[in-house]
Design a protein. Structure first.
Lengths: 357, 127
């Protein structure tokens, strides 16, 4: 299994480890619910060094990327970030990722760990001349500092004014003396930052942040809390809610597809899909009463199967089962009663408006 | 992680405590640790009868679902209703307030097939 530079630290801290897409990653340290609440109320720190970084640079990098992504690269300038899917010609999602404009003709793609090789190959194949892609995933460590106290904690270690760093912007700066990208992004829905820096400094930065956060209730958090936090905000997870068999429209990502920006891979098909959108839609639901839905559980209404759960878990904030399911369009109105088959029983659930929290 | 001396154990990580005319059954400290925060519990009905190793309930944590298997055959005489609203009792006190069911055993000799505290400690060491 692949390991992040903090692997031993996680084990020393007593984390439960799991195989996540070929990476040995911490699931939880002191408990998912406690970690989840720390992020909502104070601050959590996550090792997300398994995420991939691909640098696209050269004269035609903007043109090349504009062809690859569904969102509009024109929205970018140095210091800005966009979220975008990349699609196959049939509209299926190859991956969802962040694009950082480092400077003119230089873009950093931050991609899902399980898709690094696939994306790198995909991007390389689409590049125009005088442009190259480098897979820098093994060189970067990545930490996420998330929660209402994150700004106060990070401020102690950096010399830039974090008040001037808006959402989906980044700056190159020093944290505890180490050069890094400080990015005002995250996967929790809270105020937070993602930090990219040389792998060798991972242990130092992790420890410095824990130390600086000790007065603010900082908590080391694993992938378990990362999943419940993102689900409460209805953020899609690649491999669960979106994949090559789903398109951005049915996944509720229409805002990331800019059809009128010029040609790009999948555009032709996505124009068609948009017109007839959608037979099914990714829909948030709440379980009524006790119980929980999980990925793959079947959803019923009026005795008929109408869809399948793609993400299901317990919401530590709402203290009940929540989830996302692809449902036939006619059952996606808020308030629609549905049933979820859980083992031998059917649990009652209700379509709700997302996000949950 | 704690293991109590005066209990019997199964390889499915249940414990059994012998009372005068019935048995109390729960899951071990090791099992609750492995599961993490337990958020839902499904328990059987009183009077239901089970054969040894049948699934009698479900523990659901944030990350995982786990069946519970009865270590001895018998009839359910009481279930721990408190767990329905406070499933975290299993995490907090697996050998005490986190008990699952009380059973009238069908065959007392089945107890002899279970593990002692020492044997259970060895068993989880090997797992």
């Amino acid at each position: 299994m692949k390991k992040t530079p903090l692997n031993q630290i996680h084990k020393d801290m007593g984390a439960k480890m799991t195989d996540f897409g070929g990476w040995e990653m911490p699931v939880e340290y002191t408990g998912i619910i406690e970690e989840h609440k720390a992020v909502r109320n104070q601050c959590g720190i996550f090792d997300v060094s398994h995420m991939g970084e691909i640098l696209v640079s050269g004269e035609n990098s903007a043109k090349s990327l504009q062809k690859i992504i569904t969102n509009d690269l024109q929205k970018l300038e140095p210091g800005k970030i966009i979220y975008t899917p990349i699609c196959k010609p049939d509209g299926g999602i190859v991956d969802d990722l962040l694009v950082y404009c480092l400077k003119e003709d230089s873009y950093l793609l931050v991609v899902n760990a399980s898709n690094i090789e696939k994306d790198f190959k995909w991007v390389k194949e689409q590049l125009l001349e005088k442009t190259k892609a480098d897979n820098l995933s093994a060189e970067y460590a990545m930490l996420a500092l998330q929660g209402p106290e994150s700004k106060k904690i990070l401020t102690q270690l950096t010399d830039i004014d974090l008040n001037s760093l808006d959402y989906y912007r980044f700056r190159e700066a020093k944290v505890a003396g180490v050069e890094m990208i400080i990015s005002r992004t995250g996967y929790t829905g809270e105020l937070g930052y993602e930090l990219y820096f040389e792998r060798e400094a991972a242990e130092k930065i992790w420890n410095e942040l824990l130390e600086a956060g000790s007065d603010f209730g900082i908590q080391a958090c694993g992938l378990g809390a990362r999943d419940t936090l993102r689900l409460e905000k209805t953020y899609a997870l690649y491999g669960n809610d979106i994949d090559e068999e789903t398109n951005p429209y049915e996944a509720g990502l229409s805002w990331t597809v800019v059809l009128n920006k010029g040609d790009f891979i999948g555009r032709e098909k996505l124009v068609e899909i948009e017109k007839n959108c959608c037979q099914r839609k990714l829909t948030p639901f709440k379980i009524i009463g006790r119980g929980m839905a999980r990925h793959g559980y079947e959803v019923y209404a009026e005795g008929e199967k109408i869809g399948e759960v793609t993400s299901g878990s317990y919401s530590p904030t709402l203290e009940q089962g929540i989830g996302l399911a692809y449902l036939e369009q006619e059952y996606t109105d808020v308030g629609t009663e549905i049933e979820i088959k859980v083992r031998r029983r059917k649990l009652k659930a209700e379509v709700v408006k997302g996000p949950f929290v | 992680m704690s293991i109590k001396d005066d209990l019997y154990y199964s390889e499915d990580h249940e414990w059994v405590r012998e009372e005068e005319d019935y048995l109390v059954i729960g899951v071990t400290d090791f099992a609750q640790e492995e599961l993490g925060d337990i958020v839902f519990v499904e328990l059987p009905e009183v009077e239901e009868e089970f054969d040894k190793d049948d699934s009698f309930g479900v523990l659901e944590s944030v990350k995982a679902v786990s069946d519970t298997f009865i270590p001895v055959s018998g009839r359910i005489i009481e279930v721990n209703e408190a767990l329905l609203d406070n499933p975290e009792l299993i995490n907090d006190d697996p050998y005490g307030e986190g008990w699952l069911i009380k059973v009238e055993p069908a065959d007392d000799s089945e107890l002899d097939e279970l593990l002692s505290a020492e044997e259970y400690a060895e068993f989880i060491e090997e797992e």
